[in-house]
Ligand binder design. Sequence first.
Ligand SMILES: NC(=O)C1=CN([C@@H]2O[C@H](COP(=O)(O)OP(=O)(O)OC[C@H]3O[C@@H](n4cnc5c(N)ncnc54)[C@H](OP(=O)(O)O)[C@@H]3O)[C@@H](O)[C@H]2O)C=CC1
Ligand SMILES: O=C(O)C1=N[C@H](C(=O)O)C[C@H](O)C1
Length: 243
Amino acid sequence: MAVIGAAGRMGSTVCRAVEEADDLELVGRFDEGDQLGDLAGADVVVEFSVPDASPANVEHCVARGVHVVVGTTGWTPERLATLREQVGDDPGVGVLVAPNFALGAVLMMAFAQQAARFYESAEVIELHHPDKVDAPSGTAARTASLIGEARAAAGLGPVPDATTHDPDGARGSRVDGIPVHSVRLRGLVAHQEVLFGGPGEMLTIRHDSFDRVSFMPGVLAAVRAVADHPGVTVGLEHYLGLA
Ligand SMILES: NC(=O)C1=CN([C@@H]2O[C@H](COP(=O)(O)OP(=O)(O)OC[C@H]3O[C@@H](n4cnc5c(N)ncnc54)[C@H](OP(=O)(O)O)[C@@H]3O)[C@@H](O)[C@H]2O)C=CC1
Ligand SMILES: O=C(O)C1=N[C@H](C(=O)O)C[C@H](O)C1
């Protein structure tokens, strides 16, 4: 297998994890400016680059019949629709696009989806290291979308909020109607709280990645399974029997 974005924080951690795995062989490392070419003959590529580069990198792999495990964020519905067209109806390749490979984060999203229909209020707070270039995080955006979908299916209306004056955006951004707040703080890695409120009570679901090794079991599980999941899959939960 090969890694794109191999010199980055995630890419270099993936390279180490693959080298330590007895059943996987790392044949190629690619980063910005490298020609991807035949991808060093890899059968699976792991892609952790930057949101603006990821779609072209993934397209390159798909065009060569190479399975791809994608961790890079920024996969909007429009970008996913284009990718699905590229992969086609009779796919020879599997592509997994997962906003978060930490098992606890996948469970956090599943629990939030389950809880959403029971609560009048819901908000997401994501907290990350200050070198992160995108906000809100892919995980927060996905969590908010899942909550929004579950609320709509349950016939819940908008979250209650009497704010009429917010010139500086103190109420955060909104994803599918759910307020999302982004914190960037030196010392952090990747953290998220999902807050649900109802009359007289609050439920908090929190996940913390203290180290990027937290993502590796999910990435390696995906590398081993991606060939058995032809077509485009969004979210590691589909490989774990959670969806
Ligand atoms: N799904 C998940 O579980 C996780 C997802 N992520 C996501 O993964 C992505 C990467 O995060 P992180 O490793 O922290 O970021 P880094 O900035 O540390 O790494 C990105 C790497 O990609 C390189 N790069 C830039 N452009 C290209 C290109 N066109 N082709 C190949 N490589 C390129 C960068 O090079 P240069 O520095 O020279 O620009 C850098 O080495 C982000 O989108 C992040 O949100 C992060 C953690 C977990
Ligand atoms: O940039 C990061 O660090 C992370 N990015 C992903 C995201 O945007 O959700 C996953 C995790 O939160 C770490």
